[in-house]
Design a binder for this molecule. Structure first.
Ligand SMILES: Cc1cc2nc3c(=O)[nH]c(=O)nc-3n(C[C@H](O)[C@H](O)[C@H](O)COP(=O)(O)OP(=O)(O)OC[C@H]3O[C@@H](n4cnc5c(N)ncnc54)[C@H](O)[C@@H]3O)c2cc1C
Length: 475
C-alpha cells in the first residue's frame, strides 16, 4: 500500500483509492486517501493536488493518537512516516535536527550514547517527533521539565500556500499555536530540538506503596526534590481506600555501567513477547473473554497487595532509561485484547488546588458507572503557554475502559458527568486521547482556542488542514 501511494507523485491523487483508517483505540473508522510523501517536493505537490481536487489534508505520524484527531473522513491523510531522516546531530551542543517521521527510538539510539536526552517522552517508542510536537506530549518528568514543546528551538512547516516557513521558539502566535496544534496549521517538515545533558543513560528506580489518594499525592509531592521522573499506579476499584496504589520514582545517575549500540538497539526494539516470554498476539486473543471489569478488579487488588507487602523504598533498581520509560514495550500489542470493539481513554487534568477532593470525586464518578480504569496512571504536570496545550500546574489521571460488554448509554452518562466535573474544577481532557468531548466543553476547557483560531485564519483561511476532531470541536 505504501509503495502504490508514494509512486503516485506527482499529481496522481485521483488515482489513489480510499482505504480504511482508524485511531489507536480502533473505535472509529473512516475512508481516506492515504498518501506517503518521501520529501518536501512530494508534500508541496500534494498540497496543490488536494486544492485542485477540493480535498482537505490531515497529517499523520505513527497513528498513536487515540481518536478522530487522525481521521479525516473522505479526505486525505498525509502520512509522514517515510520522512524519517536525522538531518544533523551536534553532540557538543546537544542539538538535533530531524524530519517529522523520526521516532523517539531512533533519536535515543544516537543521543544516549553521548549522554544527551530529550525530556517529556511519552510511553510509546514509535511515536514521531511531528506527532509529539502537534500534541505537545508529556512524560513522567513533565512536572519538572514541562511538555515536549519546551525543547523545540525551531521548526519548518509547509503552509497552505505550499510555502516553507521557519518558526522560531518565542512567544509569537504561530509558535504558540503550532506546538499542540494538532496538525491543523500545516505540514511540519523539520524540527530542531535542544536536548539536555545527563550523567549516564541509566536511571535509579524505586517504588513506594501508598494506602490512599492522600498518601499517593503526598509521596509524589515529597519526592519532587529527589527525583527526575514520577508516576503513580492507582487501583480505581477500591471503594474504601480510594487512590491506593504505588508511586514509581526514578532519577538520572552516574554509573560505571556502559552502554553501546547493541544494548541500545535491543532496548528500543519492539518486543513481540510479553516480558520477553509469552507470544503477545495469541496471548491477548485468548485473554479477551477474561478482560472484563470483575477480573481486572481482582488483578488490581492483587497488584496492590503485592506492592504493599513487597515494595520497599530500599529496593532500588538500576536500568537503562529507555527500558524504564517505554514500559509499554514490555507488554506489546495490548490493544489486541480490546478487539473487536476497541477501548476509550479519558485523561482529565486538574489543578493542584483541592486535588485530593477532586481526584477522589473523579474516581467515584467512574465507580458510579462501573467505568473504573482498568489500568490507571497518575502524573504531576506543569503549566505552559501553548494555546491548545494539555498543561496546568496539576495532576492527571488516565481512565481507560474496554467497550466489549458495556452499554453505550452508561458509558455516555459516565463521560458526560466526568466532563462536567472536570470543566467545573477548571480541568481539561487530553485531546490526544479523546473522541467524545463536544465543542461546548472544549471551548470552556481550552479558552485560548480563540487565539489558535485567529492564527489558523491567518495561515490557513480556507481550512486546507482539517480532521474529524477539528470539525467536532471547532464547529
Ligand atoms: C502506547 C501509547 C502510549 C502513550 N503515552 C503517552 C504519554 O505518556 N504521554 C502523552 O502525552 N501521550 C501519550 N500517548 C499519546 C501519543 O503520544 C500522542 O497521541 C502522539 O501525538 C502520537 O504521535 P504519532 O507520531 O503517533 O502521531 P499521530 O498520532 O499520527 O498524530 C498526532 C498529531 O500530530 C499531527 N502530526 C503528525 N505529524 C505531523 C506533521 N509532520 N506535521 C503536522 N502535524 C503532524 C497529526 O495531524 C495529529 O494531530 C501514548 C500513545 C500510545 C499509543
Amino acid at each position: 500500500m505504501v509503495e502504490n501511494n508514494f509512486l503516485n507523485f506527482p499529481n496522481k491523487l485521483s488515482n489513489t483509492k480510499f482505504t480504511s483508517v482508524t485511531g489507536y483505540t480502533e473505535t472509529l473508522k473512516a475512508l481516506s486517501k492515504v498518501i506517503y510523501p518521501r520529501n518536501i517536493k512530494d508534500c508541496i505537490n500534494l498540497i496543490q493536488d488536494a486544492k485542485s481536487n477540493g480535498l482537505t489534508i490531515c497529517p499523520r505520524g505513527k497513528g498513536y493518537t487515540y481518536g478522530d484527531m487522525i481521521i479525516n473522513s473522505n479526505e486525505i491523510i498525509l502520512d509522514t512516516s517515510l520522512m524519517k531522516n536525522i538531518v544533523a546531530w551536534d553532540k557538543r551542543k546537544g542539538v538535533i535536527t530531524v524530519q517529522p517521521g523520526v521516532t523517539f527510538a531512533e533519536i535515543f539510539k544516537i543521543t544516549l550514547l553521548d549522554n544527551w536526552t530529550l525530556s517529556s517522552c511519552p510511553g510509546g517508542l514509535d511515536i514521531t517527533i511531528g506527532g509529539s510536537i502537534s500534541n505537545n506530549v508529556h512524560g513522567k518528568d513533565t512536572w519538572k521539565r514541562g511538555n515536549f514543546g519546551e525543547q523545540v528551538l525551531s521548526l519548518k512547516m509547509i503552509n497552505a500556500e505550499g510555502n516553507i516557513i521557519e518558526i522560531k521558539k518565542g512567544s509569537n502566535d504561530l509558535f504558540l499555536s503550532v506546538i499542540g496544534g494538532m496538525g491543523l496549521l500545516g505540514i511540519i517538515i523539520e524540527a530542531k530540538l535542544k536536548l539536555f545533558k545527563i550523567p549516564s543513560p541509566y536511571v535509579e528506580i524505586k517504588n513506594i506503596s501508598s494506602k490512599n489518594i492522600t498518601e499517593t499525592i503526598e509521596i509524589l509531592e515529597k519526592e519532587k526534590n529527589s527525583s527526575d521522573f514520577s508516576v503513580a499506579w492507582v487501583d480505581c476499584f477500591s471503594r474504601n481506600n480510594i487512590g491506593r496504589g504505588y508511586v514509581s520514582l526514578a532519577k538520572w545517575i552516574q554509573t560505571n555501567k556502559t552502554v553501546n549500540n547493541e544494548i541500545l538497539n535491543q532496548s528500543v526494539t519492539k518486543n513481540k513477547r510479553i516480558f520477553n516470554i509469552i507470544p503477545s498476539k495469541p496471548f491477548w486473543f485468548f485473554a479477551r473473554p477474561f478482560f472484563r471489569p470483575l477480573n481486572i478488579k481482582i488483578l488490581n487488588s492483587i497488584n496492590y497487595y503485592y506492592h504493599s507487602k513487597f515494595t520497599s523504598e530500599k529496593n532500588i533498581n538500576i536500568d537503562l532509561f529507555t527500558n524504564y520509560n517505554f514500559m509499554h514495550n514490555k507488554i506489546p500489542d495490548i490493544r489486541e485484547v480490546y478487539r473487536p470493539y476497541g477501548f476509550l481513554e479519558f485523561q482529565p487534568i486538574i489543578p493542584f488546588a483541592c486535588s485530593i477532593k477532586n481526584i477522589t470525586e473523579i474516581i467515584k464518578i467512574s465507580q458510579k458507572y462501573n467505568c473504573e480504569s482498568l489500568l490507571c496512571g497518575m502524573k504531576f504536570h506543569k503549566k505552559d503557554d501553548f494555546y491548545l496545550s494539555y498543561s496546568c500546574d496539576g495532576i492527571s489521571l488516565g481512565i481507560d475502559i474496554q467497550l466489549a460488554g458495556r452499554k453505550q448509554e452508561i458509558v455516555k452518562k459516565f463521560y458526560n458527568e466526568l466532563f462536567d466535573y472536570t470543566s467545573d474544577v477548571d480541568g481539561k481532557i487530553y485531546l490526544a486521547k479523546d473522541e467524545k468531548l463536544d465543542c461546548t466543553y472544549f471551548k470552556k476547557m481550552f479558552p485560548k482556542y480563540k487565539k489558535f483560531l485567529s492564527t489558523k485564519n491567518d495561515v490557513d483561511p480556507n481550512c486546507l488542514f482539517s480532521s474529524n476532531m477539528y470539525k467536532r470541536l471547532f464547529s
